[in-house]
Design a protein around this ligand. Structure first.
Ligand SMILES: [Zn+2]
Length: 501
């Protein structure tokens, strides 16, 4: 008789952040991803909802990749009692170290600035704290998905207390175990895991989990974030042909990206227009993956003589460190990138790029002689240095805000992308007069036809395919097409538990 097995959906359900799934058998508990909710304020508050299980009873964490929405709660988990191994590819381990230490540092800084604010404005701080507690109570009780979609165009950059400190993060980092793609590793009693390249960012993995009870086994495949075939630098997503249960991301359900060549053409056009107008090109970009890709394409456009040589500010210390990790894992690159490396030593560098490390240097960028370009994180303008640049330049008609990545429902980026005429940043109402453009072809995520093509590799169809990591509209568009391929589907809700039997 097959032993009982349960899967708890604890994040990235009907939203694109907060990935977290707990697989539970009679003998073991394994957590797949432990990500931070990063979208709108209604999403973010869910980071404060207590874990749905006892962290000290979890046997292992399997991490798909280094993005904060997949790894961001790991230090919190460790500080709450988890002390077992965390498995990830070696490249992911190195990138995750950067991401988590940066996250901890930001949280400590926000907390300190809030405490200074509370000292000066005790009454306002008390009201805000009360509001936060009310939000937390609401998030704990009900599914906040509807509230998320109706969120006002605002970014919360200051949470009240750090979720975790730098010290706690350093402790959590000692738990990481780097493994190789393709190796089957025992991670808990009766459970093994194999990491397959997901082609999303460096080190990213699709995780194939094998559960053995008695003489029976079941395979559960966690897609993680699936990349686009043909993306520069990294390899294509690995085809998977069989599973008993499958979780598939659906970020771009219902959407088709423009072709890569069109994306590159639009990027070149935005640079040329900025040069002609003596303006500013501001590109919100995630520090890991997208930044390296945009720099790679700008460098190629420049070498081809397609764009003028505008000064480029790389305003993300983390992006610089991430580029160093990319350079250390050339064996993860695809053949084309490796061939390029053989002929040129700097494929993810832009000539004379200006790297800004300190916050003062970052703020000084806006005084630079125009035209110029700025790449800053994060990509959805929910935090990071990009927020200050948007705050200062959003009213400037000579500024072009160029989106090159996904904007989650309710984020400031999504509101700006959809044409908001007024936004509120750090309590200040600002009118929008800048140009806003979007390029979808640089996505690190497969679009719908690419997701369906990946599903088409399955010769043994899963008993249920759980559609996760997508906003509701994307999932509603995607699900019928997955069904049409002959898959039985389910779109789990936050904190739903499913018996895998
Ligand atoms: Zn990701």
């Amino acid at each position: 008789m097959m032993a009982e097995m349960r899967l708890h959906f604890l994040g990235a359900t009907r939203t694109v952040t907060g990935s977290q799934y707990l697989l539970e058998t009679d003998r073991a508990r394994v957590l797949i991803d432990c990500g931070m909710f990063q979208g709108s304020p209604n999403d973010v508050i869910r980071n404060r909802v207590p874990f749905a299980y006892a962290p000290n009873e979890v046997d292992a964490v399997l991490l798909t990749h280094a993005h904060l929405d997949h790894c961001g709660l790991i230090p919190h988990l460790s500080a709450s009692g988890f002390g077992k191994p965390i498995y990830a590819t070696k490249g992911t381990v190195d990138l995750t170290r950067l991401v988590l230490l940066d996250s901890a540092k930001l949280q400590e800084e926000f907390s300190q600035s809030h405490q200074r604010f509370a000292k000066k404005n005790p009454d306002r701080a008390a009201v805000e704290d009360e509001e936060t507690m009310a939000e937390l109570a609401a998030a704990t009780k009900e599914d906040p998905a509807a509230a998320t979609r109706n969120a006002p165009p605002a970014a919360i950059t200051a949470l009240r207390e750090p979720l975790y400190t730098v010290d706690e993060t350093n402790t959590a980092l000692t738990l990481f175990k780097g493994i190789d793609y393709g190796a089957e590793v025992q991670v808990a009693p009766g459970i093994t895991a194999t990491y397959l390249d997901a082609g999303h960012i460096l080190g990213s993995a699709i995780i194939r989990v094998r559960v053995m009870e008695g003489n029976q086994e079941q395979i559960i495949v966690f897609s993680g974030d699936i990349g686009r075939p043909g993306s520069p630098i990294i390899r294509d997503p690995t085809p998977v042909t069989a599973a008993d249960w499958l979780l598939i991301e659906s970020t771009y359900g219902g959407k088709t990206h423009e072709p890569q060549e069109e994306a590159i053409r639009l990027l070149g056009e935005a640079v040329k227009l900025t040069g002609d107008a003596k303006g500013v090109l501001l590109v919100p970009s995630f520090a890991i993956g997208r930044t390296q890709e945009i720099v790679y394409e700008l460098n190629r456009l420049l070498k081809a003589g397609t764009i003028p040589h505008l000064p480029l500010y790389l305003d993300s210390p983390m992006a610089q460190k991430a580029s160093d990790v990319y350079r250390a894992y050339l064996d993860y690159f695809d053949d084309a990138a490796r061939a390029l490396i053989a002929s040129s030593d700097s494929i993810i560098d832009y000539p004379d790029a200006i790297v800004t490390n300190g916050a003062k240097e970052s703020l000084a960028i806006e005084q630079a002689a125009r035209p110029f370009m700025v790449l800053a994180s994060n990509g959805m303008i929910t935090g990071g240095r990009i927020v200050q640049h948007v705050k200062s330049l959003v009213g400037d008609p000579a500024m072009t805000l160029l989106f090159v990545g996904y904007q989650g429902d309710g984020t400031l980026g999504a509101h700006l992308q959809q044409g908001a005429k007024q936004v509120r940043i750090d309590g200040q109402d600002l009118e929008v007069h800048c140009q806003v453009r979007s390029i979808s072809g640089f996505s690190a995520h497969a679009d719908e036809p690419e997701l369906l093509a990946w599903l088409g590799n399955f010769t043994k169809k899963p008993r249920t395919t759980f559609i996760v990591h997508g906003d509701p509209a994307a999932q509603a568009a995607f699900e019928p097409k997955v069904k049409a391929l002959g898959f039985a589907t389910s779109v789990p809700a936050w904190r739903e538990t499913v018996e895998l039997a």
